[in-house]
Design a protein around this ligand. Structure first.
Ligand code: APR
Length: 167
């Protein structure tokens, strides 16, 4: 059975999937945006577990429990800061999706939701980031997944993903 790829406009902290992905920073000690929302919803134990991880390099991913969130796991990945596009940003962003899926598959995750990594504070152009996200997930998602949700915070982002998924 094929893996369902869907675009949804929602607050990712409300999704009852096996795992949600956090757009974190290299310290893994929380921040604003979706990182702040996930930590607020998960509660203080999430920060305690993150602190013990000792950070995460850009492009890689780490997994924790979900605590007060309606998910088994949170996968924390660190997207690239947009610096104009000639500093390897595209490969680093693709690596975030690849490492997150690999880590999720290793933990038996069947349904996973991604935010629009790097397109907020980190300034990555939304359309280019969406193309990389959908292209990477399409290329590597294995049959072990039932659904991958691209969880957008804005209607414009959701429309971007919907158009790419219909193509
Ligand atoms: N649910 C889903 N998406 C959300 C939510 C939410 N509750 N809150 C914000 N977003 C969206 C933003 O609108 C944006 O489209 O997540 C996307 C990623 O934006 P950021 O959260 O700013 O993440 P990013 O651009 O990757 O920057 C990461 O920001 O919050 C800090 O600690 C974080 O330093 C890190 C940096």
């Amino acid at each position: 059975m094929a893996v369902a790829l869907t675009a949804l406009r929602a607050d990712i902290t409300t999704l009852a999937v096996d795992a949600i992905v956090n757009a974190a920073n290299e310290s893994l000690l929380g921040g604003g945006g979706v990182d702040g929302a996930i930590h607020r919803a998960a509660g203080p134990e999430l920060l305690a577990e993150c602190r013990a991880l000792g950070g995460c390099p850009t492009g890689e991913a780490r997994i924790t429990r979900g605590y007060r969130l309606p998910v088994r796991h949170v996968i924390h990945t660190v997207g690239p800061i947009w610096r104009g596009g000639a500093r390897g940003e595209a490969d680093l962003l693709a690596s975030c999706y690849r490492c997150s899926l690999e880590l999720a598959a290793a933990h038996g995750v069947a349904t996973i939701a991604f935010p629009c990594i790097s397109t907020g504070v980190y300034g990555y152009p939304a359309d280019e980031a969406a193309r990389i996200a959908v292209g990477t997930v399409r290329d590597i998602v294995t049959q072990s997944f039932r659904e991958v949700v691209f969880c957008c915070f804005s209607e414009s982002d959701r429309a971007l993903y919907a158009a790419l998924l219909d193509a």
